[in-house]
Design a protein around this ligand. Structure first.
Ligand code: SF4
Length: 180
C-alpha cells in the first residue's frame, strides 16, 4: 500500500474507534442522514417492522456467518476468505448497491489498518446467491473518511431532516420517521 493510502486508512480506523462507528452506520449514511441518526442513536425497531424481521431471518437462516470471524477486533463480517484477504458481508437483497457496499468497505479498511495489508470487500446477495467484489479506489477511501467525520458530527446533533426519495417508501425507519 502507498504511504498516503495507508495514512488515510489509519486515520479512518482511528476515527471509527474513537467515535465507536460500525459498518452499518456507513450504509445508512450513504442513503440518508436522518436514517443514520436513528441508527447511531439506537432507535431501531426491527422486532416491529416486517421487512426488517424478514431481513434478519434470511440472514440468520442462510448460514452465511463463518465461525472464523468471531472475536475479530470487534468486527462482525459474515465471512472471511483469509487466503485471498476478502471480507464478505451478506445481505438479503442487493438493495441500494453503493450503500450496501459501504459496510463491506468499512470491514476491509479496518482490517487493512490492523494488518498493514490490502483487503478486498465483497457483498454476498443471499436472494441472488452471488458475490460481488468491490474495488477500493483512492476516492472511495476519501469518501469513507468524510463519511466517518460526518457521522461523528451527527452523534452530537439533533435529528436532521430527511430526504424525499423513492427509497422512503421501503425504508426500514419510515415508521419512526413519520413517513407512514
Ligand atoms: S423514510 Fe426517508 S427520510 Fe425517513 S429515514 Fe428513511 S430514507 Fe430517511
Amino acid at each position: 500500500m502507498t504511504g498516503t493510502r495507508q495514512n488515510q486508512i489509519m486515520e479512518f480506523a482511528k476515527l471509527c474507534e474513537k467515535s465507536n462507528l460500525h459498518g452499518l452506520a456507513f450504509q445508512h449514511h450513504a442513503i440518508c442522514q436522518r436514517r443514520a441518526w436513528f441508527h447511531l442513536n439506537r432507535l431501531d425497531y426491527a422486532h416491529l417492522e416486517d421487512r426488517m424481521k424478514l431481513g434478519v431471518l434470511a440472514h440468520e437462516t442462510s448460514k452465511v456467518r463463518d465461525r472464523s470471524v468471531y472475536g475479530l477486533m470487534g468486527l462482525s463480517p459474515d465471512r472471511i476468505d483469509w487466503q485471498n484477504r476478502v471480507v464478505i458481508e451478506a445481505k438479503a437483497k442487493g438493495g441500494v448497491a453503493d450503500a450496501v457496499s459501504r459496510q463491506a468497505i468499512y470491514y476491509a479498511l479496518i482490517l487493512s489498518a490492523h494488518t498493514g495489508k490490502s483487503w478486498i470487500p465483497a457483498v454476498y446477495v443471499i436472494s441472488e446467491r452471488r458475490t460481488r467484489k468491490i474495488q477500493i479506489r483512492e476516492e472511495v477511501i476519501s469518501e469513507m473518511l468524510d463519511a466517518a467525520k460526518e457521522l461523528t458530527l451527527l452523534l452530537e446533533e439533533s435529528c436532521p431532516k430527511g430526504i424525499n426519495a423513492p427509497i422512503c417508501r421501503t425504508c426500514s425507519y419510515a415508521l419512526l420517521c413519520g413517513r407512514v
